[in-house]
Design a protein around this ligand. Structure first.
Ligand SMILES: *[C@@H]1O[C@H](CO)[C@@H](O)[C@H](O)[C@H]1NC(C)=O
Ligand SMILES: *[C@@H]1O[C@H](CO)[C@@H](O)[C@H](O)[C@H]1NC(C)=O
Length: 178
């Protein structure tokens, strides 16, 4: 009887764990297949890895909220990175101007994402869509700023990363609406 109880508990536990991780796997899979130009499967999976909230997510809507939070955190982190780059006294005036623009852009992106998250919670998908799409302009405009001045962007990798990260809630949201 005791053994039976233990084994059914273990079974129950394993079932729960697999159901939970399936939401991430299935949704990332579906997104990567439906929108291969925007969502890469390995990137999508790694965006949720090690996030305790993601582990207990049970729906695509949960994942939208979690990925918006992750994007907000990354916008903040981009702000800190840019601040530390600006600390370098040998940076030229043009590069400095570009970095300051990027800092402003990521601060606005954070606000867009926060409004997008609120709109999503209120099931106002139209507004959520507009706000999250607006946030994705930040890395593009930031990158263009350096290009226009003929400078090598010190943020290329991070800009691409933020763009891909923020595409996740946008694409996932389309699945929630269906
Ligand atoms: C978020 O931003 C930082 C820049 O500070 C970047 O290096 C990092 O890879 C990003 N994190 C995630 C989870 O994408
Ligand atoms: C500071 O900026 C200069 C000029 O862009 C660069 O050569 C140098 O590596 C930077 N120093 C640090 C510590 O990032």
């Amino acid at each position: 009887m005791k053994n039976f109880l233990i084994s059914s508990l273990v079974f129950f536990h394993l079932t729960l764990v697999s159901v939970r991780s399936d939401v991430i796997q299935e949704t990332c899979d579906k997104a990567a297949r439906g929108d291969p130009a925007t969502i890469r499967l390995d990137f999508c999976l790694s965006a949720f890895e090690g996030n305790p909230k993601a582990k207990s997510a049970t729906s695509v809507a949960d994942l939208v909220e979690i990925s918006i939070e992750t994007s907000i955190a990354n916008a903040t982190s981009m702000g800190s990175l840019i601040t530390s780059l600006l600390d370098n006294k040998s940076i030229g005036i043009f590069a400095r101007n570009c970095l300051e623009d990027c800092s402003e852009l990521y601060s606005l992106a954070g606000s867009n994402l926060r409004r997008g998250g609120k709109a999503f919670e209120g099931k106002d998908f139209g507004t959520a869509n507009i706000e999250i799409t607006a946030a994705m302009d930040a890395p593009v405009t930031c990158e263009d700023g350096f290009k226009e001045k003929g400078l090598v962007s010190p943020l290329t990798k991070e800009n691409k990363n933020f763009f891909q990260l923020t595409a996740i809630p946008l694409v996932f949201m389309k699945m929630v609406q269906k």
